[in-house]
Design a protein around this ligand. Structure first.
Ligand SMILES: Nc1ncnc2c1ncn2[C@@H]1O[C@H](COP(=O)(O)OP(=O)(O)OP(=O)(O)O)[C@@H](O)[C@H]1O
Ligand SMILES: [Mg+2]
Length: 360
């Protein structure tokens, strides 16, 4: 069965409300930005919704993180636009032979679409390349007489290309009537500054969708019905999985995987609570360097680690800290996506790790 953690997930537990919301925004032609800390399921959610709308829309997916420079981003964007009509690696194919590609498409608007893209792929001037590529979505949608959804994943990464570039993108995108833009990003500080800062280019451009952990009810239902190679999860195991992972999508799937593997290794008929304990230890140990790094950074600032730990443990601070300094530290923790708007820790396993004695 497919139960992978971290890669593209076909399995979508819950998220009914978020799916309805995103579908409605798209139908209203409302540009949207999905935000959440890492591994909360932004890509999974967007993919689920977009794949379900592929009959009525041209679907274009671009991962901003993959591009190391603006030219590469344009190249990837152009390819993604053609992928929406089934042409794989357009830029390469068209360079090898534009004629053989044209031969495959008989309708005149299809041929026009290919010729236009060919022109863009040959553009040498970077500003022109950006302008042509980022306006091509609208042209293409018109040409094919179909609305388009463009999904920019890891959009926070766009800041590496500078403020001027962002301004240009906004100026092109805001004229498009046949394209709905969906953005996703995990770096709260960057996403907030792009979309929520009134001084910034994309202020008020997109509706915000902040997604949280999975709903407990849907997760419980999923766990109750789950069977891996004939093995089911008993109530005790389910309760432990829910309390440990807090329905964090990535950790939930990862813990289930490792729990099952532990039951195989210990050669028991049933999946036991001890297997969940083994899974937790395995995940903590796999992430040790990552957690250590976060903890180290937190402690570079006085009291920051202490405040974060008290949030993790749901305990009041035992020391007195100047209130304005404390609220400044909370703000930083939010910006770093370590805590949510309502001051809850975003990574349940980091909290478990912090309870370990070695990092006091
Ligand atoms: N609704 C869901 N149901 C089941 N599993 C999910 C769901 N959402 C996410 N996952 C699990 O969590 C993993 C991470 O999800 P995804 O890659 O979508 O998160 P992300 O927020 O896009 O992360 P990143 O910030 O790293 O891009 C997936 O590989 C999958 O295992
Ligand atoms: Mg993602």
């Amino acid at each position: 069965m497919r139960l992978n953690a971290g890669g593209l997930s076909k399995l979508v537990i819950g998220r009914e409300d978020e799916i309805t919301t995103l579908q409605s925004y798209i139908k209203f032609s409302q540009h949207t930005v999905i935000t959440a800390p890492r591994r909360y399921g932004k890509t999974t959610l967007a993919t689920k919704v977009l794949d379900g709308m592929s009959k009525d829309y041209l679907i274009v997916k671009v991962d901003v993180f993959e591009a190391t420079n603006i030219e590469e981003l344009c190249h990837n964007y152009l390819n993604a636009i053609y992928k929406s009509i089934g042409i794989v690696d357009f830029a390469k194919t068209v360079k090898e032979s534009v004629f053989s590609l044209l031969e495959k498409f008989s309708l005149s608007y299809e041929q026009d679409g290919i010729k236009l893209g060919y022109e863009i792929s040959k553009e040498k001037n970077l500003d022109e390349l950006v302008k042509k590529t980022f306006n091509f979505s609208e042209k293409f949608a018109k040409l094919f007489n179909k609305k388009m959804i463009v999904f920019f994943d890891e959009f926070g990464d766009i800041e590496k290309f500078g403020e001027d570039f962002l301004k240009k993108l906004r100026s092109y995108m805001q004229t498009h009537e046949n394209v709905v833009y969906i953005f996703a990003g995990s770096q709260t500080s960057v996403i907030n500054s792009i979309f929520l800062n009134h001084k910034n280019a994309f202020f008020n451009f997109a509706s915000l969708m902040n997604i949280g952990f999975l709903e407990e009810k849907s997760t419980m239902k999923f766990l109750k019905n789950l069977k891996i190679e004939q093995k089911e999860l008993n109530d005790e195991v389910i309760a432990k999985l829910l309390s440990i992972t807090k329905c964090h999508p990535f950790y939930l799937i990862k813990t289930i995987q490792e729990t099952y593997i532990s039951s195989l290794i210990s050669n028991t008929k049933e999946i036991r609570v001890e297997d969940v304990d083994n899974a937790i230890q395995k995940i903590l140990s796999d992430n040790n360097a990552y957690f250590e790094n976060i903890w180290h950074k937190l402690n570079a600032k006085k009291y920051k680690g202490t405040i974060f730990k008290s949030i993790c443990n749901n305990k009041k601070l035992s020391i007195n800290i100047n209130p304005s300094y404390k609220s400044q530290l909370n703000k930083e923790l939010k910006m770093e996506s370590l805590i949510s708007e309502n001051l809850n820790a975003t990574d349940p396993f980091l909290c478990i790790w912090l309870k370990g004695a070695q990092n006091d």
